[in-house]
Unconditional design. Sequence first.
Length: 305
Amino acid sequence: MPDTAKIIIGSRGSKLALWQAEWVKGRLTEAGYWVEIKTIKTTGDKIVDVSLPDSGVKGLFIKEIEEALIAGTVDIAVHSLKDLPNDQPEGLCVAAVPERADARDVLASKNKWSFAELPADARVGTSSLRRKSQAGNMRGDLNILPVRGNLDTRLKKLERGDFDALIVAAAGLLRLGFEDHITQYFSSTEICPAVGQGALAIEIRKEDARIASVVAPLNHEATHAAIRAERAMLRGLGGGCQLPIAAHAIAEGDCLHLRGVVASPDGTKIIHATAPGFTNDPETLGATVANSLISQGALGILELV
């Protein structure tokens, strides 16, 4: 029989973050738990006039939520996994990773152009140095510009003509019902996704056995293994989520396949590495791909950032 004590989920207040928190709340409510969502404003929500890579702040969208988790004012933190730094605060852990949504990046263009159809000097907005680097590698003639704000804010900027196109994560558009804005999906060989893109992290206090048992059924083993491989690769490169590092792992049965990418900020240098591995040892796979990238000069490229 479920525990009758209230469970409080900490979340950002953006539409996408609340969709994610509501999804978790819905699954727990269906299981018989009493759940409430507490919205928390993060540093990333407050810094609106500086691009994410230039902010110099780690954990932009999670720091205050993790502080609330440590203080005990919330029981669960729900994050976009790509926002979660590798070095979590002491006492916290990712207890569950639900099944991943579409991990790809997409193009949203006002005139329904594909990426190839964008005219030279078209203004393309992205919040990610990783996307800018890889898109610039494919189309050096585009004017790729930083864009800040929640997803719906960025789409409004597109509609009013601030940009000719946006490159964003498919998962956010699909979750919020904005799929009609998508004009092209990028494969992982065109624009490799961010580490953890499309996945959610359910973070709890490490010693909270009650909440660990509550969220355990939400964990999707194949997704969790893929994410661990991607994060191990990132860790091997000594990188964070604001660097032009990309990774995408796919689980097929007991096997994992990981692609990693490192690009220079201007997209003129880009290296790839792929390797197979196993779901029962994703960290070894991540380290293997990281070492392959390092052998090709990844660390020198990252020093340019």
